[in-house]
Design a protein around this ligand. Structure first.
Ligand SMILES: NC(=O)c1ccc[n+]([C@@H]2O[C@H](COP(=O)([O-])OP(=O)(O)OC[C@H]3O[C@@H](n4cnc5c(N)ncnc54)[C@H](O)[C@@H]3O)[C@@H](O)[C@H]2O)c1
Length: 250
């Protein structure tokens, strides 16, 4: 059956809330066993209660190689091999021109949004190679395609993750591993409501820029992520799926 993930193991980073949580929930509903990774533990515990005891949760900063080694590695060794990896977690970078940003703010964006995806992919790919298949989904952004003011680190890393996707896809196509990017438009998650104050304010400020006349819901992204993880997309690799309500068509 298309969109069936029964028997699969999926690792989702940034699973505690927003898009990552919606993806984890849709994979759970499709039958996958989950490894949920985030730096925020309490919401992961709540998700484990919802999804069941077999769910693994890992509290870790994905940009920290040592933490990944001590906290994620043992879980990967203990579990069945990972079939699906979703590199979703991303840092929140203050909106400002680079003249007002510190080196640390720039480095945080690079190390979470790019190095985090590099480190976890590096840990999981040998398992996928042994299986002879696997899917890596990198959550990029419409801001990897077009830019907005005051977001140089974010736009740079999201453009970078698109190239990471293409290059990684070429390296591992022969291993049977597909690597794809998924680029959301503005989606009503805690990330967006924090920037605009409330969901209503975010809608008011942004929705006229979206031809479909609304902002995205986390579930819109989760549906696309389910398609990309499943056999329904078995001939798709090295490319990006824009789920942006038509924003970048203009
Ligand atoms: N919401 C949007 O409008 C939008 C638009 C385009 C792309 N995206 C992308 O979608 C993804 C998810 O976005 P969201 O809106 O759900 O974000 P969010 O900020 O609401 O949630 C991100 C999650 O990642 C976790 N996280 C952040 N840094 C981490 C780290 N170093 N280690 C471990 N976990 C970490 C956070 O704790 C949080 O649970 C991100 O890659 C984001 O760039 C979001």
């Amino acid at each position: 059956m298309l969109n069936d993930l029964k028997g699969k193991t999926a690792l989702v980073s940034g699973a505690a809330q927003g898009i990552g949580q919606a993806i984890a929930r849709s994979y759970h509903t499709a039958g996958a066993h989950l490894i949920l990774v985030d730096q925020s533990l309490d919401p992961l515990k709540t998700l484990k209660e919802e999804f069941g005891e077999k769910t693994s949760i890992v509290e870790v900063d994905i940009s920290d190689a040592e933490q990944l080694e001590t906290k994620l590695s043992p879980i990967l060794k203990k579990n069945k091999a990972v079939d699906i990896l979703v590199n979703n977690a991303a840092a929140r970078t203050r909106r400002a021109p680079i003249t007002e940003l510190s080196l640390e703010e720039w480095q945080t964006a690079i190390s979470v949004n790019l190095t985090g995806a590099f480190l976890i992919s590096k840990m999981v790919i040998p398992q996928m190679q042994a299986l002879g298949n696997g899917v890596i989904i990198n959550i990029a952004s419409q801001l990897g395609h077009v830019a907005i003011k005051g977001a140089v680190p974010y736009c740079t890393t999201k453009g970078g993750i698109l190239q990471f996707t293409r290059a990684l896809a070429l390296d591992h196509a022969e291993d049977g591993i597909r690597v794809v990017a998924l680029s959301p438009g503005a989606v009503l998650t805690p990330r967006l409501t924090e920037i605009y104050g409330t969901a209503e304010e975010a809608e008011k400020a942004l929705k006229t820029a979206y031809p479909l006349g609304r902002l995205g819901e986390a579930e819109d992204i989760a549906k696309a992520a389910l398609f990309l993880a499943s056999d329904a997309s078995s001939f798709i690799t090295g490319t990006d799926l824009l789920v942006d309500g038509g924003y970048s068509a203009q």
